[in-house]
Design a binder for this molecule. Structure first.
Ligand SMILES: Nc1ncnc2c1ncn2[C@@H]1O[C@H](COP(=O)(O)OP(=O)(O)OP(=O)(O)O)[C@@H](O)[C@H]1O
Ligand SMILES: [Mg+2]
Length: 147
């Protein structure tokens, strides 16, 4: 079983809710437990917010791309922007690191993505953009929900 969607939306902060909702709708056929779906919503929110706020600097003429897919085992979430990019990805992933602490950002987005997924892969290039891939395994969870 394989399914995939590709979406693209303007880098406006109100589209974070849209992205989360698309994520939930896409997974509905898998009939997953609520906590799994909530974790997916959370990581989509974190990655899409980063793409809009940091990558695109909320420039509303830019697009953020969200590709979602699943196979028999995993859900795959890919969030792509063609914004400013990240100079040092390893440093950016450290808990509490933020380039926008003055805007009351906690610097925990990547940490949350790491905790709620099985794999987080960040590829970034300065002035070109950032691609965040998250893989979350659902097969065991699906079995549990059928008990
Ligand atoms: N798509 C992106 N484009 C450019 N920079 C990014 C992107 N995503 C993250 N970053 C950089 O990585 C840092 C860490 O991101 P992270 O999500 O962990 O924290 P934050 O967004 O600063 O705070 P929080 O997510 O807790 O509100 C950001 O402060 C930013 O500098
Ligand atoms: Mg963040």
């Amino acid at each position: 079983m394989y399914n995939e969607i590709k979406t693209s939306f303007l880098a406006k902060i109100e589209n974070v809710t849209l992205a989360r909702t698309i994520g939930v709708a896409f997974l509905v056929n898998l009939d997953l437990p609520l906590n799994f779906v909530n974790e997916v919503k959370t990581v989509i929110s974190e990655a899409v917010t980063n793409a809009i706020v940091h990558g695109c600097l909320s420039a509303e003429n830019k697009f953020v791309q969200m590709n979602l897919s699943y196979d028999d085992v995993n859900v795959y979430i890919e969030i792509i922007d063609d914004g400013i990019g990240i100079e040092d990805v390893e440093k950016a992933k450290e808990p509490l690191f933020s380039t926008k602490l003055e805007e009351e950002r906690a610097g925990l987005g990547f940490t949350i993505m790491e905790v709620f997924t099985d794999k987080l892969d960040v590829k970034s290039s300065v002035n070109k953009g950032t691609k965040v891939l998250m893989v979350k395994k659902y097969s065991e969870q699906a079995k549990l929900s059928q008990l």
